[in-house]
Design a protein around this ligand. Sequence first.
Ligand SMILES: *[C@@H]1O[C@H](CO)[C@@H](O)[C@H](O)[C@H]1NC(C)=O
Ligand SMILES: *[C@@H]1O[C@H](CO)[C@@H](O)[C@H](O)[C@H]1NC(C)=O
Ligand SMILES: *[C@@H]1O[C@H](CO)[C@@H](O)[C@H](O)[C@H]1NC(C)=O
Ligand SMILES: *[C@@H]1O[C@H](CO)[C@@H](O)[C@H](O)[C@H]1NC(C)=O
Ligand SMILES: *[C@@H]1O[C@H](CO)[C@@H](O)[C@H](O)[C@H]1NC(C)=O
Ligand SMILES: *[C@@H]1O[C@H](CO)[C@@H](O)[C@H](O)[C@H]1NC(C)=O
Ligand SMILES: *[C@@H]1O[C@H](CO)[C@@H](O)[C@H](O)[C@H]1NC(C)=O
Ligand SMILES: *[C@@H]1O[C@H](CO)[C@@H](O)[C@H](O)[C@H]1NC(C)=O
Ligand SMILES: *[C@@H]1O[C@H](CO)[C@@H](O)[C@H](O)[C@H]1NC(C)=O
Ligand SMILES: *[C@@H]1O[C@H](CO)[C@@H](O)[C@H](O)[C@H]1NC(C)=O
Ligand SMILES: *[C@@H]1O[C@H](CO)[C@@H](O)[C@H](O)[C@H]1NC(C)=O
Length: 867
Amino acid sequence: MQLLLTYIPLAIGQLAIASAAQSSSISSPVTATATQSVLSEATSALAAAKSNSPTSSNGITSVFQYLFGSIDTLGAVIAKATAQAEEQFLKLVDPELFYSYGGSPPVYPTPDGAGLGEWESAYKQARAVVANMTTDEKAGILYGALDAKGCSGFTGSVSRLGFPGICLNDAESGVRSGELVNGYPAQLHIGASWNRSLALERAQHVGREFKSKGINVLLGPVIGPVGRVAKGGRNWEGFSNDPYLAGELTGPTVAGIQESVIACAKHIIAYEQETNRMPFLAGFIGLFNQSVSSNLDDRTMHELYLWPWYDAVKAGVGSVMCSYNRINNSYACQNSKVLNGYLKTELGFQGFVVSDWYGQHTGTASANSGLDMAMPSSRYWGLFQLSTAVSNGSVNATRLDDMATRILSSWYRFAQFDNPGMSNYASVDARDPASESILFQGAVEGHVLVKNTNNALPLNKLKSLSVFGYDADGGMNTSASDSTLYGFGLANAPEYTNGKSFSGIDMLFYMGALVADGNYGPDVALNGTAKTGGGSGAITPANSTSPYDALLQQAAQDNTILYHDFSSFNPQVNETDACLVFINALSSESWDRSTLADNYSDTLILNVASKCNNTIVVIHNAGIRLVDRWIEHENVTAVIFAHLPGQESGNSLTEVLYGRQSPSGRLPYTVAKSEEDYGTLLNPTLPNSDHFFYSQSNFTEGLNIDYKYFIQADVTPRFAFGYGLTYSNFTYSDLNVAKNSTADTSSLPPDALAPDRVSPEGGLASLYDVIVTVEATVTNTGGVAAAEVAQLYVGIPNSGLPKALRGFDKQLIQPGESTTASFQLRRRDLSTWDTVQQQWVLTRGNYTVMVGKSVLDIQLNGTLVLE
Ligand SMILES: *[C@@H]1O[C@H](CO)[C@@H](O)[C@H](O)[C@H]1NC(C)=O
Ligand SMILES: *[C@@H]1O[C@H](CO)[C@@H](O)[C@H](O)[C@H]1NC(C)=O
Ligand SMILES: *[C@@H]1O[C@H](CO)[C@@H](O)[C@H](O)[C@H]1NC(C)=O
Ligand SMILES: *[C@@H]1O[C@H](CO)[C@@H](O)[C@H](O)[C@H]1NC(C)=O
Ligand SMILES: *[C@@H]1O[C@H](CO)[C@@H](O)[C@H](O)[C@H]1NC(C)=O
Ligand SMILES: *[C@@H]1O[C@H](CO)[C@@H](O)[C@H](O)[C@H]1NC(C)=O
Ligand SMILES: *[C@@H]1O[C@H](CO)[C@@H](O)[C@H](O)[C@H]1NC(C)=O
Ligand SMILES: *[C@@H]1O[C@H](CO)[C@@H](O)[C@H](O)[C@H]1NC(C)=O
Ligand SMILES: *[C@@H]1O[C@H](CO)[C@@H](O)[C@H](O)[C@H]1NC(C)=O
Ligand SMILES: *[C@@H]1O[C@H](CO)[C@@H](O)[C@H](O)[C@H]1NC(C)=O
Ligand SMILES: *[C@@H]1O[C@H](CO)[C@@H](O)[C@H](O)[C@H]1NC(C)=O
C-alpha cells in the first residue's frame, strides 16, 4: 500500500511535468519549430495571394479570391495549429498511438503450422479434432479458464471431444508452489557448470515431477533475458550472458523436459530489464507508463538475442512465451515481426505461443500477429470473443484453426493425459529417489572457485572452524509466516539491510507493476541462505540442507570444534583453523537490483577478515556479485561463487570445500572490478523527458554485451567470462584445426530460402552442418582429479568481434593424464547475419581459432582459412 501511495503522487507529478512541458510548447524546441513552420507557410501563402492581387479587369473577383483565400489560409493555420495541439494532447494522454507503431516491420499472415517431421502424427490428430470443433469451442481453448485447478494457468476444455484442457505451471527448476516436490539448481547454476549432459539429466527429472503433479506445460527454460543489463533482476533465471553457452544448454533442457511434458521457452524477446517491463497495473487502466521498448537492429537480433531460440526450436520446443516488453515499440505479444517472422517463419516453430501473464494488450491484433494462447485469462479473447472476430472477418477462420491446431498438436505430442491440474495431485509425492544424484551433482558443478591462496582449500580434518554470516543457515525457513513471500522464493528476505520490512503485499505490488521507478526489493536474503532467486522462477522444495546443516555433519565426522555466529555484523572471532563467511546476493523477478555489491555484506566480510587470517568467503549469488572491496585482502584466502544450488545447497558445498570433488564450475558472466566498468550496461533504462511513460531502451552497443563489451572497451575485469579454478592444474597442447573435406562451404547456406518461406524447425538444416573440427590435448599436471572446461573462441573475419565463444568441452581428467578436447564448428558458428540478403553468411578469409581456460586466458592460437 505504502508503495502505491508513493507511486500515485509521483505519477501525477510526472503527468503534471509532462503537461507543463507541453503547454509551454513554444519553449519546447520541437513544437516551436513546428509552429514557426506553420506560420511561415501561412505568411508566404498570404504573400503569394497578395502578389496575385487586383491588376486585371476581373478586379472584383480577385478581391473576393484574395479575401476568401486569406480566410481559408487563416482557417488552415488554425486547423493545423489545432491539429498540432491535438497531437500534443494525444501524445500526452495516449502516446501509444505515436510511439508504438511503425517501428517494427509488419509480417502477415501467420504461417500455419505445417506439422512436418516428428510433429506429423500429432498434427494429424489435432487437425481431426479441430475439424470437429465449433467456432466457440476453438475460441474457448485459447485462454485461461476461471478455475485454474491449482496451476499458474489452465485453458478451456472440450470434454465432448476428449480434450480436458492444459495446465501450465512455474517454474523452470522445480514445481513452484507444489507440495512434496524437489528444488533443483537454478539455470544460472547450470550455466556455471558448463555441462550439457547435466543439463539434460536435470531437465528429465524436473519434467517427470511436473507430470506427476498433473502439469502439461513447464514454464521454462528461460532464454531471455540474455543478461544485457548487469543489474537485470531475472538474469539468474537464464543460463548465461553468452548466447552460445545459453543455447548449448537450452537444447538438452528442452529435450529433457519434453520426455514428460511440454517445455515453454521464454520470453521472446529482448526482455532485458524488469524496470517498466509491463504497463502500470499490467495495463488494466490505460494510464501512466507503458512497457519499455527494446530497440535493436536486425543483426544484433540474430547473432545475440535470437541465437538460443534457434536451439530451443531445433530441439522441438512445444511452446514459447512472448515477453512483457515491446520490441522496436511493438508489444512482444502482438509483434508480427517477432512471432510471425522470426519465430514461425525463419525458425519454423511448430508449437504455440502463449502470452506472459497479462502480457496481451490487444485482441485481433495479437491473434493476427501470431499469439496462440492468452494467460492466465483474457480481456480480449475471453467469452469466446474470437468467434465474433472470425464471424466479422477481423480474424481469418484459418488463423483460429491454426491456433487451436498448434495447441492441440503440442498436447498430443508431449503431454496428453487425463485429469490434468495440480489440485488433482496435491497429495502425490513427486520426489523420486532416483533424482537425488542429479539434484546433488547439479548443485556441485555450479560452484565456481575464484580465489585460493595459502592452500586454503580444500579443507582437511580441521581442529576448529568458525562459521559466520546470515547466509549460512536457514534451510527451508518454513518458519516464514508470510506465505506470499514463500511462494515467490523470498521467505528469507523479510527485511532490507537497513531494517525496513519487506512483505508479501509489497511483492504483489512489484509483480503488479504498481511501484514507482527507483524502488527495489531487498538485495540480500538476510534471514537465511539463498538457494533460489525470487519471483515466478522460484523453487519451493519440501526439504533442503543449508550450508550449516552440512558443516555440522562434516564436523561431527571430523571431530571439528564448530563455532558459529550468523547474526552479528561484527562478530567476535575465536582462534580457529579457518573462518567461513556466508553472504548472498538476491535477485528477483519484478525489480532490477540496486547494487552488485551491498555494503552490509562487504563490511561483514571485512570485519571477519580483520580478525581471522584464513577467511573463506562463500557467496550465494543470483547474478553478478562484485568482490573488489575485499578480494585482495591478505586474510581472504579463498572465494567461491556458490550461485543458487537448490535444495542440495549444503551437501554440495561441503563436497567442494572438503575436496571430495574439485570445483568444476566456470563463470557464465564477467565479474568487473567496479559497477562503472559495465558502462551503459549496468542499469536498466528509465523513462526520460522525451518519453515520460514510454521508456526507450536503445541497444546501441549491438553485440557487445558482457565479455564482448569489456574487450571492445578495453576494460580489464576482475574475473573474466569462463574463469574458474580447480584443485589441480592443466596444460594445453597440440591444437588441430581440421576442415571437413566433404562439407559444403559455400558462402550462402546451400538450402537458403526466400525470406518469406517457412524454414524447417530450428532454421535451415545446413546451419547445423559441421564444417570444422578443432581438437586440443589437455593434460592434468596437478595432484588430483579435476574437471577442466576447455573453451573455444572464434574470431570471424570482419565481424567486429575478436572473440565469440563457439565451443566448450568439460572432462574429468585424472592426475598425470591427458585427454583430447574436441569442438565441432557448425555453419552457424562461423556465420554472421547479412541484413541485406537476410541470410546467415560464411565469410571468406582467415578466422582466428583460440582455445583456452577463459576468454582472457587463451592457451592455443590457430587459424582457419575459408576461401
Ligand atoms: C469427428 O466427427 C466425426 C463425425 O461425427 C466422427 O466420425 C469422428 O470420429 C470425429 N473425429 C474426432 C477426432 O473427434
Ligand atoms: C484466410 O486465409 C486463407 C488461407 O491462408 C487465405 O486463402 C484467405 O485469402 C484468407 N482470407 C482472408 C479474408 O484474408
Ligand atoms: C530469521 O528471522 C527470525 C525472526 O526474526 C529469527 O528468529 C531467526 O533467527 C532468523 N534466522 C536467521 C537464519 O537469520
Ligand atoms: C531432509 O533432508 C535431510 C538431509 O538430507 C534428511 O536428513 C531429512 O530426513 C530430510 N527430511 C525429510 C522430511 O525428508
Ligand atoms: C568463542 O568461544 C567461546 C568459548 O568457547 C564461545 O562461548 C563463543 O560462542 C565463541 N564465539 C563464536 C563467535 O563462536
Ligand atoms: C589478518 O588477521 C590477523 C589475525 O589472524 C590480524 O591480526 C591482522 O590484522 C589481519 N590483517 C588485516 C590486514 O586485517
Ligand atoms: C594465522 O594466525 C595463526 C594464529 O592465529 C597463526 O598460527 C598462523 O601462522 C597464521 N597464518 C598465517 C598464514 O599468517
Ligand atoms: C533512442 O532512440 C530514439 C530513436 O532514435 C531516440 O528518439 C531516443 O532519444 C533514444 N533514446 C535514448 C535514451 O537515447
Ligand atoms: C562432414 O560434413 C558432412 C556433410 O555435411 C557430414 O555428413 C559429416 O558428418 C561431417 N563430418 C564430421 C566429422 O562432422
Ligand atoms: C599449479 O601451478 C602453479 C604454478 O605453476 C603452482 O604454484 C601450483 O602449486 C600448482 N597447483 C597444483 C594444485 O598443482
Ligand atoms: C590469411 O592468412 C594467410 C597465411 O596463412 C595469408 O597469406 C593471407 O594473406 C591471409 N588473408 C587475409 C585476408 O588476411
